[in-house]
Design a protein around this ligand. Structure first.
Ligand code: PEP
Ligand code: MG
Length: 419
């Protein structure tokens, strides 16, 4: 039986230059899993707490105080590390140790276990509960890439909408899919420069362009970029939007405030606003179209657009209890999976299992503040995610896409997911 022989933590930096925690887990003195934790800018109110009040230093101190409890554990039993983390933390949302520590430790343990079993991480995860019931052949998720961003990810003058995304839904291989997203991203720069010759090529946190344009002009530009390349929207290539509506929602006013564009939507106007964008731009994907507690309104959108991935992010926060509520209210047909929203890997895999059992399509996602790690590419494949939302350009984004290309060359995954 393999055993964890050492655990080592340290502070490193994420793509935003903010400090975060990195953990090495060593199994049998030779198999080292190494993971550093990402963090979000638009954070759902029910997410696991990123760090305790003392920040990354406090999480590191807690790790140092408790690491002897992890030595001797069999890392191939994902549930055992989960049990130890829960025992140390004793809160529902990792408020004591920090979800970032739970993220780094649990995925590093799984990586060291996969190395000890000589399996790629995705194959190891599919061989263990809770995912071992997934009997089908793994497929590649479609890369869903942010090509233009605003909101919490970019500065003043950019659109209120957080992300306009491209999905190469006609691609037959993962390499063609990645290439298509890169071409759309590059063509969009040319389109933006024609609209505004002063456009500097500035980007938001996730590598999408951040022009001084409003929502409508931005959507038009993204659509034009696809068409200039000869694609028909909704056929070979489709657009998606992360509305990140909780960032616009003013609970006191009970209105969505679009302060950059200069208008406000009451609840009905928001539903019309979103429906109009989905229809006119033939969206394949609509994330957080309403705020994080609007389960009923979300269900209205899901009902109106059965062929669109009506996706919860802040709404479902990779939390199985909250997903159950969304399932009961029929709020969404798809859900984002961000391991650090849940905290530990096991929590996130339980969420994935519940989603699969209820026909909810998964979209495994990066955070806006990322590491150069590529474990989430494996987690996306392992959980049968339909899409992998990891951006298009930027070292920390391309690292995840390149890992998919490495998996393609292993010949263990057959074809693209059925959307
Ligand atoms: C998102 O909202 O989907 C996202 C990736 O952004 P963040 O990491 O800032 O939550
Ligand atoms: Mg989101």
């Amino acid at each position: 039986m393999p055993q964890i022989t050492a655990v080592q933590g340290r502070l490193v930096y994420n793509s935003r230059g903010s400090p975060t925690i990195e953990v090495d887990v060593t199994t049998d003195r030779r198999h080292v899993g190494r993971v550093s934790a990402p963090s979000g800018a638009s954070v759902g109110m029910h997410e696991a707490i990123g760090f305790p009040s003392g920040g990354p230093e406090a999480s590191l101190r807690i790790l140092d105080e408790n690491k002897t409890r992890m030595v001797g554990i069999d890392p191939t039993d994902i549930g055992e590390m989960h049990h130890v983390l829960r025992e140390i933390d004793q809160t529902p949302n990792y408020a004591r140790i920090g979800g970032s520590l739970a993220f780094a430790l649990s995925i590093a343990a799984a990586e060291s276990a996969s190395l000890s079993e000589d399996l790629p991480l995705f194959a190891f995860l599919r061989s263990r509960p809770p995912l071992s019931t997934h009997a089908t052949q793994p497929k590649f998720p479609y890369p869903l890439g942010n090509v233009l961003g605003g909101g919490a990810h970019a500065g003043p003058g950019t659109p209120d909408i957080q992300e306009i995304l491209v999905c190469p839904n006609g691609a037959k291989t993962i390499s063609d899919a990645i290439q298509t997203n890169l071409e759309v991203h590059a063509e969009l720069r040319r389109v933006l420069q024609r609209i505004d010759p002063g456009f500097t090529g500035g980007k938001g946190d996730e590598g999408g362009w951040a022009p001084k344009l409003d929502n409508e002009q931005s959507l038009e530009a993204a659509a034009r970029a696809c068409e200039n390349l000869g694609f028909t929207l909704g056929r070979e290539v489709s657009l998606g939007v992360d509305f990140a509506s909780s960032t616009q929602w003013d609970a006191e006013k009970r209105r969505y405030v679009y302060d950059r564009a200069g208008f406000e939507n009451d609840v009905n106007a928001q539903l019309e606003f979103v429906s109009d964008i989905i229809t006119r731009y033939k969206l394949i994907y609509a994330e957080d179209a309403v705020h994080e507690e609007a389960f009923e309104e979300m269900s209205y959108i899901r009902e109106c657009f059965p062929d669109v991935l009506v996706t919860g992010d802040d709404l479902t926060v990779t939390n199985a209890g909250i997903l159950s509520r969304a399932i009961d209210a029929e709020s969404c047909n798809a859900a984002i999976l961000k391991v650090n929203q849940a905290g530990g890997l096991y929590d996130a895999l339980e969420f994935a299992d519940l989603a699969a059992a209820n026909g909810i399509k998964l979209v495994t996602s990066h955070r806006s503040g990322e590491s150069t790690d590529s474990h989430i590419s494996h987690i996306g494949v392992a959980t049968d995610s339909k899409m992998l939302k990891v951006g298009v350009v930027g070292g920390e984004r391309v690292a995840k896409l390149n890992e998919l290309l490495r998996l393609q060359s292993l010949d263990l995954i057959c074809g693209m997911a059925a959307l």
